[in-house]
Unconditional design. Structure first.
Lengths: 238, 293, 268
């Protein structure tokens, strides 16, 4: 441990002398499996971890993973606490005004509903969604009954304990939950909201944006992105 | 951790639990208790220092300084602490980086604010983005301590201000009669005597501080509440070797027990301290009958 | 859209009246002021009701804790210890889980999981514990002479309590009770922050402030607005409690009346 600290200090000093190669700090939420989550060893894991590491390798960047609460994930990006958001964030116009997105690394996928029974009438039901997501905005816009929770975990818990009739969230997230719990099921109805999922960067970081864009393109071209998507079952493939 | 934990799905009962409770993720949870305690023990003196400064300012003979002091004291009375926590850290971080930016990159010609971006030159970043994660965490924790220090320093200023006024006027007059300057009278007479008046308030403040620690997660510290939520949420076997249902209730009960035990312990220690200080001559042996108030 | 229209649309949004959709683009200062102000209705609701109901429980707790009989004393002591010894944040969280369990067991408990009732109950217990401790302290400092005088007049039991002990206790505890009231109102901002979910985007002042901070990505406007509202609220509270304080002390000679100020040892 001590050794680690010392080498850390040494690193900081050399960095202070102006090394050209900066570390890119990747910000994620760590609570949205299979996209990103904290594994048993306490490390960031999931589709985006693997994707991010591969992108950094291709762009020859040194990357480091940071977790941040979903609520403040954009303010902390723009004030420079990390350099990218890679947290299953759908590309929307609203967000695009404040930050920039790379090209999508998953195609636009429908959001779906998870409920305890197949015959929930979503328009007259209580729909749970995570605060500050496109799904929450969607339900509010439709004028349906919305109940908001700060974490994705709590939205599913709400359905199980009867607080809400259904959750609206990304299909892959809900599918993973439905596969493990016999009492939960996906409704047939799906909603087409939001674009694909992309990496968020500060608007001023054009260079880094291009680097990641190129890396994503190269993964798209050689099919490794599709393989990764299939491995983690996060979305449909390109 | 243990060798028999290779394949947890074959285990059950206490053996399973012993493996579950010793995963790397669980250790991060245990560590966070340490983090919270360390932050608490650093924050307390910081807050006290802010409080002392605030109280002195509020007693100042210079009117503007006095107003600042009084305003600072009034601050926590008027506004919920949580409101400060919501934007103090980002404000502090930006202020520090801006100052460093002015100092390190004087010939930077681009605006600091570009739209909603806050941009300083790479050398002014705190910590430098190449710095290892440890430093980022240390930096975040310092910001959190500073924020807590400012907010709870206002409480402390209030307590100390009251305590300074509670020291009998005659004491100061006597000091002045002995020919001490106001400064000497303040440091030699007032300050040593005020602590006993301040102690009940400061003990109370310590309790408040303990109970404010769950708000640390608002300041970007991965504290016990963060991990209790994270670990307690139901775990899907696809992503973990230790699947379980929604255990948040148990994790939060553990936190409740932790807090109750910690406040009880503090009550006992502070009670003894009060007793010892208030009986000026009480010896160590004399504290035996000390009862937690 | 003029500011008046915004006020008309959103002034009671937190209660579910007016425009259903929250503003989603081109945020104006007026919108922020109106909606956050609208959310403040809930803070006042929680604060006022919890304080009102909590007062009676607090007095019972104070008397219970001072009782000689352990059958009364122990429960009061434990109640006060649990609610004063743990963070409100955790209390909200646990209460929400508890209410969910109750709800699954008996549908009678359905309304408990809504913030309107559930959070109110938690705040009610919480403030009762804090005020109970304050009143207990005051009860112990009721001058012996007052009680003896009452007994000399032949007062006993309930009459003695109602006419002598209770008013004196109230008078002595009032300045700290004022503080408790202020901090209780501050604590109401935690309601939608831990455990209790917001329905139909109806939340308190802090809920709307964080909504705007999320949407505008700028925390430096909405939170100071919340701060502004709370300063006003605190001033109103101090004014109201000051009036009561005057009334409680009206029998004392001018120079002996305690002035309302924050006593150092009784901050919450």
């Amino acid at each position: 441990m001590k050794k680690l600290l010392i080498s850390a200090a040494a690193l900081a000093v050399t960095a202070g002398m102006g090394m050209a190669q900066d570390v890119v700090r990747m910000g994620t939420e760590g609570a949205y499996p299979p996209w990103n989550f904290i594994n048993d060893d306490g490390e960031v894991d999931g589709f985006e971890r693997e994707l991010g590491d591969e992108l950094c390798a291709r762009a020859e960047l040194e990357c480091e993973w940071v977790t941040n609460e979903w609520d403040s994930i954009i303010p902390n990006l723009v004030s420079g606490n990390y350099d990218t958001i890679i947290a299953g964030m759908s590309i929307t116009d609203e967000r695009d005004e404040v930050i920039d997105f790379t090209q999508a690394y998953t195609p636009p996928d429908p959001s779906s509903y998870l409920a305890l029974s197949m015959d929930v009438d979503v328009e007259n039901a209580v729909i749970a969604a995570q605060t500050n997501t496109i799904q929450a905005a969607f339900v509010a816009e439709q004028g349906w009954t919305l109940v908001e929770f700060p974490t994705p975990e709590e939205t599913i818990a709400a359905v199980r304990n009867g607080e809400a009739d259904a959750v609206l969230a990304d299909k892959s997230y809900l599918a993973a939950a439905a596969a493990e719990n016999d009492d939960l099921m996906l409704l047939e109805r799906e909603e087409q909201i939001g674009g694909g999922v992309g990496m968020g960067l500060r608007e001023s970081d054009d260079e880094l944006l291009e680097t990641f864009d190129a890396a994503i393109q190269s993964m798209k071209d050689d099919g490794s992105l599709n393989a990764l998507i299939e491995k983690w079952e996060v979305a449909s493939t390109f | 951790m243990f060798s028999y934990c290779e394949d947890p799905s074959t285990l059950d009962g206490l053996v399973w639990l012993s493996c579950y409770l010793t995963t790397g993720k669980q250790f991060l949870f245990y560590q966070s208790f340490g983090t919270v305690l360390i932050l608490l023990f650093i924050t307390a003196p910081v807050a006290l220092a802010f409080g002392f400064g605030g109280a002195i300012a509020a007693r100042s003979r210079i009117a503007p300084l006095r107003w600042v002091g009084k305003l600072y004291i009034a601050m926590v009375r008027g506004v919920p602490d949580i409101v400060y926590f919501m934007f103090f850290v980002i404000a502090l971080d930006q202020a520090l980086e801006w100052l460093r930016h002015k100092w390190k990159c004087p010939d930077w010609d681009q605006p600091i604010r570009q739209g909603s971006d806050f941009i300083v030159c790479a050398q002014a970043k705190l910590p430098l983005s190449a710095a290892p994660q440890v430093w980022h965490e240390v930096y975040n924790a310092s910001l959190a301590i500073f924020t807590f220090g400012i907010v709870f320093g206002a409480f402390a200023a209030n307590v100390l201000f009251g305590a300074m006024r509670a020291v009998p006027r005659a004491q100061i007059e006597t000091a002045e009669a002995y020919g001490m300057t106001p400064r000497q009278a303040f440091w030699r007479i007032l300050v040593p005597q005020m602590w006993i008046y301040a102690l009940p308030g400061l003990s109370n403040l310590w309790m408040i501080l303990i109970k404010a620690t769950p708000l640390l997660f608002l300041l970007g510290v991965e504290d016990i509440v963060y991990w209790a939520r994270e670990l307690g949420g139901s775990a899907n076997p696809r992503f973990t070797d230790y699947p379980h249902g929604d255990w948040r209730l148990w994790y939060f009960l553990a936190l409740l027990v932790f807090y109750l035990a910690f406040t009880r312990l503090s009550e006992i220690v502070l009670g003894r301290l009060t007793e010892r200080l208030s009986h000026g001559q009480a010896t160590l042996g004399g504290v035996k009958q000390g009862k937690a108030a | 859209m003029s500011c008046w229209e915004t006020v008309a649309d959103y002034a009671f949004r937190s209660l579910g009246f007016g425009e259903r959709l929250l503003p989603r683009s081109d945020f104006t200062l007026c919108q922020q002021f109106t909606l956050i102000g609208s959310g403040l209705i809930w803070n006042v609701y929680y604060g006022a009701l919890a304080l009102g109901f909590g007062f009676f429980l607090a007095v019972s707790l104070a008397v219970g804790k001072a009782a000689a009989n352990p059958l009364f004393r122990k429960p009061a002591e434990w109640f006060i210890f649990v609610f004063r010894g743990s963070p409100l944040f955790i209390q909200f969280f646990l209460a929400y889980f508890l209410f969910l369990k109750l709800k699954q067991w008996q549908p009678v408990f359905d309304p408990l999981t809504s913030a309107v009732l559930g959070a109110l109950i938690v705040l009610f217990f919480n403030t009762a514990a804090y005020s109970g401790e304050i009143f207990h302290g005051a009860l112990r400092s009721v001058p012996r002479g007052d009680v003896e005088a009452a007994e000399a007049y032949g007062m006993t039991g309930w009459t003695k309590f109602r006419r002598v002990i209770f008013p004196t206790m109230l008078r002595l505890g009032w300045p700290s009770y004022t503080n408790e009231a202020i901090f209780l109102f501050h604590a109401t901002t935690l309601v939608f922050f831990s455990g209790f979910p917001a329905w139909q985007q109806k939340g308190d002042a802090l809920y709307y402030a964080s909504y705007f901070a999320d949407k505008t990505f700028n925390p430096f406007i909405p939170y100071p607005i919340v701060a502004f509202y709370f300063v006003l609220l605190t001033l109103v509270l101090i004014g109201l409690f000051g009036l009561v304080n005057r009334r409680l002390n009206r029998h004392l000679p001018q120079d002996q009346r305690p002035r309302m100020r924050l006593k150092p040892q009784i901050l919450r």
